[in-house]
Design a binder for this molecule. Structure first.
Ligand SMILES: [Zn+2]
Length: 103
């Protein structure tokens, strides 16, 4: 599931409540989802937390693996290019062809 489960702490605004009098903030477990046009967040019941949390964690692992693969891919391409630069052989070509840039 593409989102993050987080705990938010807030005051309810009620002057008689412990959150205002004693600073004991209310906690709510929320899911935060990024959409193309903005964020969505909503409170989750315990049942929803149990269902959503492992699924959002699996999604985060997937995204992380995807990012790592991208970095790894770039590194490998750079290594191959380096090997090519260091081992390129133009022996046997004419002087003129040796100077021509490759496509
Ligand atoms: Zn309160």
């Amino acid at each position: 599931m593409p989102g993050v489960v987080t705990v938010s702490r807030h005051r309810c605004g009620n002057s008689g409540c412990a959150c205002t009098r004693e600073g004991k903030l209310h906690e709510a477990v929320r899911i935060l989802i990024k959409f193309k046009d903005g964020y969505a967040t909503r409170c989750l019941s315990q049942e929803e937390v149990d269902s959503f949390r492992p699924r959002t964690e699996a999604y985060q692992r997937l995204r992380k693996a995807r990012g790592n693969l991208g970095k790894w891919h770039k590194e490998v391409i750079e290594l191959i290019d380096q090997i090519e630069r260091e081992r390129r052989s133009l022996e046997g070509l004419s002087e003129e062809d040796r100077k021509r840039p490759l496509r």
